[in-house]
Design a protein around this ligand. Structure first.
Ligand code: M6R
Length: 601
């Protein structure tokens, strides 16, 4: 979603900001803009990719301070007028914003009834509001503070007064923002990835804080005006982690990285004696709970479903999976001792965070499983487990899904052993995960045949269905999401047995139906359902484990431990989505309308 970068104290501010914006492209955006203060100030905005912005920029104009923004439209269409930065009516103040100002209409009516606005964004109202307070005789900083006090909603703001080319004012509430520390310069960014080529020392901000940033000083204040001292952390990322290398798309690179990620998880969570390395306090807290609530969105919620069965088998604790966007406002009747697990690749998803805020208010223990150390959900939950999957840049999540399932398996094993559950004591998880890693490599090497099958089945269709039962149904939901979000085919994942209760009406001559079969008990039933759709004209394609396969099955999966079958079954479906998208000529990594990090509710 929207991305913010800024720098103060470096001569080539334009280049630094442009490079930073490019590194934030993966988050999803539809317009971009930049303001650089120098001898001649420069404010340029463009719709579409960053290269459109670059083409409009006079690169001879550079300066030592500036801010930049990628916008994912919420209020108002993606137009130049709605792109950030926005300026006050007299042009003196320049502002970029990530988030949503909920009371923007009320603010306009109360304070800005006579102002003229160029676009439809809530951000434009914010910068006019700051100018309004400044016009009452306040300094820029005091006016900013006063505006923050009346603004409701989520925001990461970076504000510049064009009369002062040495200061950037920053504020954060519910939207991600970091300060990066340099030698003789400082930066700000929505994600450390954006500024890794400048520094690896970052300071986290918490909600309600405001920062005054100059080349050699960072002053953090809370809402009460008290100065906050906070240490920096060193980002354990390398700029090369976010390069595509020889891959045409990040998604393909990230699919291919999955075996390595499985091995990394084994390495990170295994003690020298082979036992599982998990914080004892976390295990005790989980052991004391009577029900686990997994709260997540999109692919992460599908990872929760994939984890449900093994978690219940290994720990004997019931597990419920909930969509964050539903749970927060329709909270079910909870058990007596609930424990919350937030699954989130980015650790910034606003829908999940609003639930975490509520469960924190209720003082329930929680764990965030995330790929991003120091992310908001990680900071605010009681415990964190990291995915160790390396940055995931493609909007379509692949390696984070399998890493989430694997880390949940690690947790289930540790908890099951702690509780003395025999299924857990007998389960050699790390060995099984190593087998999964090798089996993933086998599937990944089948790319060519998967590309051919995809061309054969998905070229001339506007829809497709995945079906399965149990874990195979859960993988079907994820497989369908992957296919629809990047290839724009209308794809749905169904419980195979449910077809005859309605969905089968959609089957027409040639409709592709892909069956997933990894379970000996439910496999024959899914095959029966495939027969039913074949009789009605569907073209069926079967993904089955070798031990359950029939002669005509097209995609064979090496057999792995049945509790972990989702980790493998999903791989061909990721590749099918990838090839379907390539064959349709769409951008695999940046699907329309979607953002990587969804920081608004
Ligand atoms: O960062 P999160 O895991 O919290 O993100 C949740 C969803 O937005 C995300 O999984 C989304 O569904 C992906 N585009 C799926 O590929």
């Amino acid at each position: 979603m929207c991305g913010i970068v800024g720098v103060v104290g470096k001569n080539d501010a334009t280049t630094i900001i442009l490079n930073g914006l490019k590194r934030l492209e993966y988050r999803g955006y539809d317009s971009a803009g930049i303001y650089v203060a120098g001898d001649e100030s420069h404010l340029v905005k463009a719709i579409g990719p960053i290269k459109n912005l670059e083409e409009k920029l006079d690169t001879t104009i550079t300066g030592t301070m500036g801010i930049g923004h990628t916008r994912w439209a919420t209020h108002g269409k993606p137009t130049v007028a709605n792109a950030h930065p926005h300026t006050s009516q007299n042009g003196e103040l320049v502002l970029v914003h990530n988030g949503v100002i909920e009371n923007y209409d009320e603010l306009r009516q109360t304070y800005l009834a006579t102002d003229h606005f160029y676009g439809q964004t809530d951000t434009e109202i914010a910068v006019h509001l700051i100018a309004h307070f400044k016009n009452t005789g306040l300094t820029t900083k005091a006016a900013f503070k006063k505006a923050l006090a009346v603004i409701d909603g989520s925001y990461a703001f970076a504000l510049v007064d064009t009369k002062d080319s040495e200061t950037i004012y920053v504020a954060k509430n519910k939207s991600p923002l970091l300060i990066g520390l340099g030698e003789g310069f400082n930066v700000l960014c929505s994600d450390a990835l954006a500024m890794l080529d400048q520094t690896n020392r970052f300071v986290e901000l918490t909600d309600g804080e405001m920062v005054t940033l100059t080349a050699d000083n960072v002053t953090i204040e809370n809402a009460a005006g008290e100065i906050i001292k906070r240490d920096y952390y060193v980002a354990e990322l390398d700029a090369s982690d976010i390069e595509k290398g020889t891959y045409p798309y990040y998604m393909l690179k990230e699919i291919d990285e999955q075996p390595v990620v499985m091995r990394k998880i084994v390495q990170k969570y295994q003690n020298d004696d082979g036992s599982v390395a998990i914080d004892q306090n976390l295990l005790t807290s989980l052991k004391n709970s009577d029900r686990i609530y997994i709260v997540a969105c999109g692919t992460s919620s599908h990872a929760g479903w994939a984890a449900k069965k093994f978690f219940e088998t290994l720990t004997q604790i019931p597990v419920e999976i909930h969509l964050s966007s539903e749970f927060g406002y329709n909270m079910p009747l909870l058990s007596e001792k609930p424990f919350f697990i937030y699954l989130s690749q980015s650790g910034e998803t606003a829908d999940s965070r609003q639930v975490l805020v509520k469960t924190n208010e209720l003082a329930y223990p929680s764990l965030t499983i995330t790929n991003v150390a120091g992310s908001t959900l990680s900071r605010e939950a009681t415990y964190t487990l990291l995915l160790h999957a390396g940055p995931e840049i493609a909007v379509a999540s692949t390696k984070a899904y399998t890493a989430q399932i694997a880390v949940m398996a690690v947790l289930a094993k540790a908890l099951g052993v702690e509780k003395g559950i025999s299924a857990a004591l007998q389960f050699d998880l790390f060995h099984e995960l190593s087998l999964v890693a090798s089996a993933m490599e086998t599937m990944i090497n089948e790319k060519e045949s998967l590309a051919e099958l995809t061309a054969d089945y998905l070229t001339d269709t506007r829809n497709a269905f995945y079906i399965g039962r149990g874990n195979d149904y859960y993988v079907s939901m994820e497989a369908a999401l992957k296919l629809k979000e990047i290839s724009y085919l209308q794809a749905e994942g169904f419980a195979a047995g449910e077809l005859k209760h309605g969905t089968i009406a959609l089957i027409e001559e040639g409709t592709p139906v892909i069956g997933i079969i990894t379970d000996a008990v439910t496999g024959p039933h899914t095959r029966g359902n495939l027969q039913e759709v074949t009789s009605r004209g569907a073209r069926t394609l079967v993904i089955a484990t070798e031990d359950l396969a029939k002669a005509d099955d097209q995609i064979l999966l090496p057999t792995v431990h049945p509790l972990l079958s989702s980790l493998l079954a999903v791989v061909p479906t990721q590749l099918i989505a990838y090839f379907a998208t390539l064959q349709r000529g769409y951008d695999v990594d940046k699907p329309r309308n979607l953002a990587k990090s969804v920081t608004v509710e």
